[in-house]
Design a protein around this ligand. Structure first.
Ligand code: ADP
Ligand code: MG
Length: 590
């Protein structure tokens, strides 16, 4: 097979989109020991991708050779293959890219006085020419896929392609804090970060990449076992996005995509997130290279572990523990959503987001695979270590100031109460839903939900479909506190309802419950019990506009803090917001 053809075929795998070119070129720069890597793009990489570094540069011979397939300076033996330290190792990237684009390479080693210019087009190179160029390497890739119309037409909207480029550069920047990065698109600076060193370099790099305010939203994650080490940060629940863009995972320093592990992280948030939300994370997994196979895909973005389920369970448990230890009350602060430089870009991009790039992970059920991580079956040794402690202390800290009742209701809805460390504002609607939800689940588990007797038992007649459905759910309803019996025809008689449900709801409760239950079932991501609990919570909670006495407010807030996940309602919206004294000081500029 002629080389040109082989390269074009390989290109199909290595170069899927402009972002893949960016990734390969930047990784080469990092491998070349660059201190600063600059990326310039035009038309989301279709017209131009240029990567300029101040790394070691190449000799004239190497500059010509590097476009040949399997020309890599990074692997010399089979042993090298076992312990790959550099990011590139197949020697295919430049050959592949140059077979589907017009490439110009300028490079000079520090010790040479004259640099080398090599132009390659459609896989065919012209002779090298001497040129004046700074020490380091500059590769420009123009008209990507000009000779592969199918690929070119297959590209997504510029916004999507640019988002992938930004994502890629962010990832590379996160995993290489000792290198400075710059990304400019059509003359706009999208990212500029200086090299950072020191123990907190990952946190600093993360803030530099995502904007200083991300710092307030980071929950540190760190755990080591004999098999695996995990470190990095996950975002507090409120710092989620509607696309997986802000999820960065590195295995032994390599950026990888793993929907499996992304799912493990998300599942650790349990019901703290809305359904279609993606939590923020920057996580580094380090383990013995013999436990992984990075070679499953030429772009090296996918990965296999020899103990996939173990890794899933570990990641989930570690993140869950980190979230459990963190103070997760949403903070009231400015610009809570997005950082400086990126804000404009993302809001523009979000508007244009194409749905295909943000499809949620299909509703696969991993829970069975990871059930030991939640402590149901025998736990591995690391899980014991993780769950040994409790977060009761943290909870106590969060309790409002004791003593006289100090609760105010704002706008006939929100409850404000002072905390030791600031002011807490609670939304009683979400809070009440959370309480009912957890009590209902507990009731169904134990079969002993608390009931409140109705003064006058009620008979309710149902449409036929609804009636059968209710009969089917009757055991569940009873275990969470309903006293319900068949009453002839398609009627039920209700003598008691769950204790937390607001009294006034009794009359319509079961009717509205059926309706809500159906909606939840059609959405399909909840277990039957979760759906029942959620439906009762949504229909049985206080409504906006209900006046509450100080005693009611205090008991609601107390009960909320006794919940397992007090910070969000069952649909994932916040139940409370805190204004810290630090934030107040900041705002008063003291
Ligand atoms: P790989 O990175 O897998 O070795 P590439 O096709 O990406 O393969 O690169 C081929 C070779 O070209 C590299 O092994 C390296 O020697 C050289 N090279 C590529 N980019 C640079 C760069 N920016 N600076 C110095 N050398 C480079
Ligand atoms: Mg490479």
């Amino acid at each position: 097979m002629p080389d040109v053809l082989a390269n074009k075929i390989a290109a199909g795998e290595v170069v899927q989109r402009p972002a893949s070119v960016v990734k390969e070129l930047v990784e080469n720069s990092i491998d070349a020991g660059a201190r600063l890597v600059r990326v310039f793009t035009r038309s989301a990489g279709r017209d131009l991708i240029q990567v300029v570094d101040d790394g070691c540069g190449m000799s004239e011979t190497d500059a010509v050779a590097c476009f040949r397939r399997h020309a890599t300076s990074k692997i010399r033996s089979i042993e090298d293959l076992e312990q790959i330290q550099t990011l590139g190792f197949r020697g295919e990237a430049l050959a592949s890219i140059s077979s589907v684009a017009r490439v110009e390479l300028r490079t000079r080693r520090r010790e040479d006085t004259v640099g080398t210019l090599v132009k390659v087009e459609g896989g065919a190179g012209r002779p090298a020419e001497p040129c004046a160029t700074p020490a380091g390497t500059s590769v420009s890739v123009r008209n990507l896929f000009y000779n592969v119309p199918a690929r070119r037409n297959f590209l997504k909207t510029p916004a999507t392609e640019l988002r992938h480029i930004v994502d890629t550069v962010q990832s590379l920047a996160l995993s290489n804090p000792a290198t400075g990065f710059e990304l400019r698109h059509d003359e706009t600076a999208l990212l500029r970060v200086d090299a950072v060193v020191g123990d907190d370099r990952v946190r600093r790099r993360t803030s530099d990449v995502f904007g200083a305010d991300i710092g307030d939203h980071l929950v540190p994650v760190s755990e080591t076992t004999s098999y695996l080490r995990i470190s990095g940060f996950v975002g507090r629940p409120e710092r989620h996005r509607k696309t997986p863009a802000d999820q960065h995972l590195f295995v032994n320093g390599r950026m990888v995509r793993s929907r499996y592990l992304a799912h493990a992280v998300k599942s650790a948030y349990e019901n703290m997130l809305p359904e279609a939300a993606y939590p923020f994370f920057v996580l580094f997994l380090d383990l013995d290279a013999q436990h992984i196979d990075v070679n499953v895909h030429p772009t090296k973005a996918e990965i296999k572990f020899d103990d996939e389920r173990g890794v899933y369970g570990f990641v989930r448990a570690v993140v869950k523990k980190a979230l459990g230890m963190a103070d997760l009350i949403p903070q009231l602060d400015e610009g809570a959503n997005l950082p400086g430089l990126m804000t404009g870009v993302y809001s523009a991009l979000d508007a244009e987001r194409d749905p295909s790039s943000s499809t949620a992970w299909p509703g696969q059920d991993w829970t069975t695979q990871s059930s030991y991580a939640s402590g149901e079956n025998t736990r591995p040794e690391w899980a014991e270590a993780l769950y040994g402690g409790s977060d009761a202390e943290v909870k106590l800290e969060r309790r409002p100031v004791e003593g006289e009742l100090r609760y105010w209701q704002l706008a006939d809805r929100y409850i404000a109460t002072p905390l030791r460390s600031g002011l807490l504002v609670v939304d009683p609607v979400g809070a009440h839903q959370r309480i009912i939800y957890e009590h209902a689940l507990e009731g169904m588990r134990s079969g002993r939900g608390l009931a409140q007797q109705l003064l006058f038992p009620e008979t309710v007649e149902f449409a036929s479909g609804d009636f059968e459905l209710l009969l089917e759910l009757l055991p569940h309803l009873r275990s969470m506190g309903f006293e319900v019996e068949e009453f002839g025809g398609r009627s039920l008689i209700v003598r008691a309802i769950p204790a937390d449900v607001r009294q006034a709801a009794a009359e319509h409760l079961l009717r509205e419950f059926v309706e809500e239950y159906r909606l939840g079932r059609d959405r399909g991501s909840l277990s039957r019990e979760e759906n029942i609990a959620r439906s009762i919570a949504r229909r049985g909670a206080v409504r906006a506009g209900a006046r509450m006495s100080p005693t009611e407010m205090s008991s609601l807030v107390d009960q909320l803090f006794l919940c397992a996940s007090p910070y969000t309602c069952p649909s994932g919206h916040p139940t409370m917001i805190r204004l810290s004294t630090e934030e107040l000081a900041r705002r008063f500029a003291r």
